[in-house]
Design a protein around this ligand. Sequence first.
Ligand SMILES: *Cc1c(COP(=O)(O)O)cnc(C)c1O
Length: 401
Amino acid sequence: MGMGQEDQAGRKPATEAVHGGEPRQHPYGALSAPIVQTATYTFSDTAELVSFFEGRSDRTEEYGRYGNPTVRLVEEKVAALETAPDAIAFSSGMAAVTTAILALVKSGSHVVLFSDCYRRTRQFVTSVLAKFEVEHTLVPPADLGELEAALRPNTKLVISEAPTNPYQTVPDLGRLAELCEPRRVRTMIDATFATPINLQAHTHGIDLVVHSATKYLAGHNDVLGGVLAGKAGLVDVVRDLRNVLGGVMDPSAAYLTLRGMKTLDVRVQRQNASAMALAEALEAHPRVPRVWYPGLPSHPNHPHAARYMRGFGGVVTFLVEGTLEDVSRVVDAARIPRIAPSLGGVESLIEQPALMSFFEMTTEQREAVGIHDGLVRYAVGIEDADDLIADLLQALEATKG
Ligand SMILES: *Cc1c(COP(=O)(O)O)cnc(C)c1O
């Protein structure tokens, strides 16, 4: 049980973002968390060392890869925000995803992955795990009928994102948990797009929730990190493997993440509102045949999103009429968003998936995996929504015909 949760039951996410997981008094009476920039911890004498290993001492730290007080604060704050019993931090989102998956499977296991997912997660499951005789099935996003049909006696883990990237599908999380739990299949949701402000998947029966902290949690496009939250026993299993594999969060990265999380609620509320307004403006635009935003009633998974999410997030995916090059002109004509991979920070970012994550594929290969050349992913920052909308409308206008 995270300390944060015991003390603070019932507090709202905005309060937890600021105070969750932090002691009332930091060392030295410092208001902000100290960065404990050390690789190891000393023992005053052999007797203290022996009492530590015998579990008779109240010391918590031994060596940097096994724990750090600044990193622990990140973990406690995430556990408080998720209302999960425990959480652990990693050097990146992918360190969190890969360590968690490896901790839960062995050779001969089977993993089910929804196909609309982060490219590197798919690569890990379909290429890396395959080298170790871990089988997998890819199922269409949010399709629980296909999921049920894919479950086998050796299925150990089901992985989905919520919402997924880039089409923002949201599975029926409660039903997903109901299908998996009785079969002793673990469920893991990558909730990077949602953040704990918009979704607490663990409260809907999901075993493990993972985030790329690089995105919304840290929120300033200045640090890489990952976190995993969930049931205490399961988190312990993943922590043991993290301590072996070594993908731990650095204390300075932990400080930036902690500092970023203080404003998580205000940033995400703004991003939810701006993305909704942008999605509506785009849906009404003649050059935009389709918009995927889980807050729009036109999104096929809007009912699931409305049921499980408290807000719909800051990413809007849309199709612009025209060729790859026509659409690049729109992207280039937008003056506020910067062209970069990533999302969730204070700066708005724009990208064409066909030229970013799917660059090495041909148009035909991209179509086969459902990535249209005219697709644009807009990750709103915390700028003024009217400015963002006016800017994108001028880009569509300036490049038409
Ligand atoms: C960015 C991202 C990751 C990977 O996180 P890193 O911090 O870049 O390692 C995983 N899942 C999703 C949904 C992401 O957006």
